[in-house]
Design a binder for this molecule. Sequence first.
Ligand code: HEM
Length: 377
Amino acid sequence: MLKRFWLWLGRLLGKLVLFLAVVGLGGWGIAELYYAWKFSGPVSAQEQIPPGEAAMTRGIIEDAIRVVEQHKDQTRVLRDAHAKAHGCVKAEVTVLPELNGELRQGVFSEPGKTWQALMRLSNGNAYPQFDRVRDARGMAIKLFDVPGAKLMNSPAVAGEQDFVMFNHPSFFVSDVAEYQSNFKAQADGKKVLAFFPSLDPRTWQIRHLTIALKTLAPAPNSPVATTYDSVAPFKFGPHNIKYRVVPAPERCPAYTLPAVNTDMPNFLHDALYQQLSLDRMPACFELQVQRQNPDHYMPLEDTSIQWSEAISPFETVATIKVPAQDFDSTEQTIACDNQSFNPWHALPEHRPLGGINRLRKAVYEAVSAYRHERNAQ
Ligand code: HEM
């Protein structure tokens, strides 16, 4: 009797496992087919601005200021995002001497030219936390003494060309409307629920939740040991591109970072300090661009889509060297915190494109102005 019961239970469980496997595989297959159909080209090579974007942007600025106030330090108001820096380091950005003529655009017009720059390396969170906590890692680069009229005509940033990235190739929302609802929910303390705005399954953003979970990744061993993506698109003279910065250790003298103690709260700063300041060894990168091919699904207005490298591979336009240096005195750390990086600190040849970038223009400016004003008091 008992034996027959166990056999029956075994068969039942076997069928259940088979059923779940078939449903899972079927669901995965249907999702793949659906996305292959939904995400197929061609796409527009021009920006398409939806109505109501400016009003949504104003609402997002209010929420951003609320986040800044919620997370303020006892002594200082911090950035709304990427609040914790591992360091601001001097860097040299050199245009590839053999750069292909089509890619000689904007600050990359003159092959072999070296720009002096500042690079801020950061964690993505709105509040400084232990580096071992899963998070996005940011890299912001500012080139100095760049001649020519800029997109933002404040005299304070007149000579600056910025590049602002984090270490994941896609963003957890597509556009400004979705950013507004998601960010508001997150500011109200809802994390996962932000991706399920109503009971209607058509509003559920499971793919975007997956991107958010992948973006919040374990830390690399060092801030100079990961790839940083622009995520959003930009002009590059006549081309539409995304850009990224990849480590290029082969362009620097050989160096192995000693083992890092990842229990230390600021081990990413410590790794940078070990390499640049103690071991006096430089770090090297390549700056690369990926051109849009609008015959394929490489949209300008959806930052959740990673452009296919099989269709359009990245092309190196410059090398970046971070020389050995001392970068973490108290004065340097405060000066680093007081910097403002903004993708709109740019020449028209490098104009930011797409809704998320249009949103960033107003938000970065407002948050930066707000924290500078509050910190000056
Ligand atoms: C394309 C996707 C994005 C990337 C790659 C990105 C990356 C970054 C990075 C690296 C920083 C730190 C810059 C620094 O070191 O000072 C930063 C700061 C900031 N980000 Fe983003 N971000 C993105 C999208 C957004 C969006 C959609 C918003 C909000 C609308 C936003 C709001 C901010 C704000 C307010 C700051 C601080 C600005 C300041 O106070 O100076 N970011 N972002």
